[in-house]
Ligand binder design. Structure first.
Ligand code: PA5
Length: 443
């Protein structure tokens, strides 16, 4: 099981101050469990790990296997919660050079689209796909989000030009609302294979639905183990006395009250970059409202120690840091001896690269604590489907508890609409005439 420890925060907050928040954290947890919290119509994620049936898992695996037979590349189209969870899991488990030859574990390449509106990105993507056998997995809960809708138009047109409308419909899977939205209408009309995103699961909490499971299965990973890992964490955190999600939520909340307004999620493993991206969205969209909430940010170490390290060590003191440690590496690489020793590194000869990395990690945690940055640690025994499942459920539950402790609705995201309204007004979308006049007057 993954572990949480917070001994390096007690220079900044007392044990009593943390303990004093346990009743409020427990009330928050109970309000999630009893479905009495704000946003309680979106609590489906709490029980996903135990509700997914073997039949559902087998059906997703079969769809993935079918698509792998007909396509060498699959483009996952989605944004925010409809993309980050899947990418986080795939990149944590995949070989670092999976998008070069050879392709991913399952033998296919996974690419992403619909998470930006970069014209060159789409030109280059279409160029790349122009001589490939490709398929599309398009994911949008609302079925109306602009970024994935544009990407889908562009790639659907290309695919249909290559294999015809009927051929394309066999290589497209849509994951969307059961009945609402443009994507559902289109999928029904064109006869795509579809999966439903349950009404009671919001985007950023949807990695344990087909939103995450189909792309993960496409990449060749064991979704049964992934779900089982999440179920283990659910059992440990909902039914046992020692609840690490509650401890984490309580500790970061105590630090926030002491003025630590920004939390850095730090890793010492490049495979965890997208776990951090997923975590940023999870906590940012859940807590950041009503002018409150910890600002979630992320760093990849040791890379960012050479760019952000200076600020973290000596800049404004408002940062807390949570390090995600991977205890064991999959492979062993020893540093060789060099007879000339011009780089003076022979003192490292014979040591594993991970031994050096672990000392960099420990040295960093001590330095940051000494420099005024309280430090928490989440330890994963190894990178596997099961441990990533545990980690994601741990963060989801901690996020739900944290949001309820703040008194906000952790499961909505009203602020996200503002930019969309302005964009539609500026683009003269029908129905936005008044907003269009108003915004153009400001230019
Ligand atoms: O967490 C959320 O709800 C959002 O990040 C959404 O997932 C994101 O905006 C994409 O929305 P949709 O799936 O409706 O296209």
């Amino acid at each position: 099981m993954i572990k949480f420890e917070a001994s390096k925060v007690y220079h900044f907050v007392t044990k009593e101050e943390v303990t004093a928040l346990y009743p409020s954290a427990t009330t928050a947890l109970n309000s999630l469990k009893s479905h009495t919290c704000k946003g309680n119509e979106f609590l489906g994620w709490l029980d996903l790990p135990t509700e997914i049936s073997n039949e559902q898992i087998e059906d997703i695996k079969k769809t993935a296997a079918d698509l792998r037979k007909s396509a060498e590349v699959v483009v996952i189209i989605g944004i925010g919660g409809s993309y980050l969870g899947a990418r986080a899991v795939i990149e944590a488990l995949e070989g670092s050079f999976h998008n070069f030859e050879p392709a991913v574990k399952s033998g296919m390449k996974i690419l992403y689209a619909g998470h930006n509106i970069g014209e060159d990105y789409y030109h280059e993507l279409r160029e790349y796909l122009s001589d490939k056998r490709f398929g599309i997995c398009v994911i949008s809960k609302s079925g109306t989000t602009t970024e994935p809708a544009i990407a889908f138009r562009l790639l659907k047109e290309l695919l249909e030009s290559q294999v015809g409308k009927e051929g394309a419909s066999k290589r497209i899977v849509a994951i969307t609302d059961e009945s609402k939205g443009a994507l559902r209408t289109l999928a029904t009309k064109e006869g795509y294979k579809t999966y439903v995103i349950p009404d009671n699961v919001g985007g950023r909490f949807s990695v344990l639905t087909p939103v995450g499971l189909l792309p993960i299965a496409l990449a060749g990973f064991d979704i049964k183990d992934f779900v089982a890992g999440a179920a283990q964490m659910r059992e440990a955190c909902l039914n046992e006395k020692s609840n690490i999600a509650l401890e984490y939520a309580t500790t970061r909340s105590a630090l926030y009250k002491k003025g630590f307004k920004v939390e850095l999620l730090a890793n010492f493993n490049p495979k965890l970059h997208y776990i951090t991206e997923w975590w940023k969205q999870l906590f940012g969209e859940s807590e950041g409202k009503e002018h409150t909430g910890i600002f979630p940010s992320g760093v990849d170490f040791t890379t960012d120690l050479h760019s952000m390290g200076q600020y973290i060590q000596q800049g404004q003191r408002m940062l807390m840091e949570t390090v995600v440690t991977v205890e064991t590496q999959k492979y062993q690489v020893e540093i060789p001896t060099d007879k000339d020793n011009l780089d003076t590194l022979n003192f490292l000869a014979g040591k594993r690269v991970d031994e050096v990395n672990k000392m960099a990690e420990l040295g960093t945690r001590i330095a940051h604590t000494d420099g005024g940055v309280p430090n928490m640690q989440v330890t994963i025994p190894e990178l596997s489907e099961a441990t990533i499942g545990q980690l994601m459920y741990f963060f989801e539950l901690a996020c739900g508890i944290s949001g309820c402790m703040l008194g906000v609705n952790p499961f909505d995201q009203p602020g996200v609409e503002e930019y969309k309204n302005n964009m539609f007004a500026l683009l003269d979308k029908p129905g936005y005439e008044e907003a269009s006049r108003a915004i153009k007057a400001k230019l």
